[in-house]
Design a protein around this ligand. Structure first.
Ligand code: K1U
Ligand code: ZN
Length: 173
């Protein structure tokens, strides 16, 4: 397994709608392994393929928070939200492509999602709590949407300027 560099906002690849995965093959399984390795190393609770520059509809996540609980890595290919609760939940979100910036985002508190797994089989599950927040955040990435797109324009611009500065500093280092 290999860690891959994570793109930092602003980057046009983070604003692009990703393509559906046409075939579940060994290169895709290797990408999923690398994405899990990259997510755990960051550390993060989710990662979408566009964040590592691959414009395909695949995401990984593991929202287990308890220190001694076993990890629960999930790989979702071509995920789709097929049902959302009317009830909403606010969570202070972060993003590995927007480091050290956090803001409250309101989303449906429960969602039902369908996807294909790494064996090519159709799957479906209901998510709640942090899992629901995370899977919606990651599916947004597949649609070229970032959590800052839910914020007021001034706050979004402020964060974008901070990220431009961070990228300039990283390029000089
Ligand atoms: O998609 C990403 O950029 C990953 C992101 C996922 C996410 C976080 C919060 C709400 C919704 C989605 C992250 O993982 S940011 C890092 C983070 O939340 C975290 C890191 C270490 C321990 C616990 C959480
Ligand atoms: Zn993110």
């Amino acid at each position: 397994m290999t860690t891959r560099p994570i793109l930092i906002h602003p980057d046009p690849r983070l604003k692009t709608v990703a393509d559906p995965v046409a075939e579940v093959d060994d290169p895709l399984r290797k990408l999923a392994d690398d994405m899990l390795e990259t997510m755990y190393a960051a550390p993060g609770i989710g990662l979408a393929a566009p964040q590592v520059g691959i414009l395909q509809r695949m995401l990984v996540m593991d929202c287990v928070k308890e220190e001694n609980a076993p990890p629960q890595p999930m790989v979702l290919i071509n995920p789709e939200v097929v049902w959302s609760s009317d009830e909403k939940n606010v969570y202070e979100e972060g993003c590995l492509s927007i480091p050290e910036q956090f803001a409250d985002v309101e989303r449906p508190s429960e969602v039902e999602v369908t996807w294909t797994n790494l064996e090519g089989a159709a799957q479906s599950a209901k998510f709640d709590g942090l899992w629901a927040t995370c899977v919606q955040h990651e599916i947004d990435h597949l649609n070229g949407k970032l959590f800052i797109d839910y914020l007021k324009p001034l706050k979004r611009q402020l964060i974008t300027r901070r990220m431009q500065k961070l990228k300039r500093e990283k390029a000089r280092a």
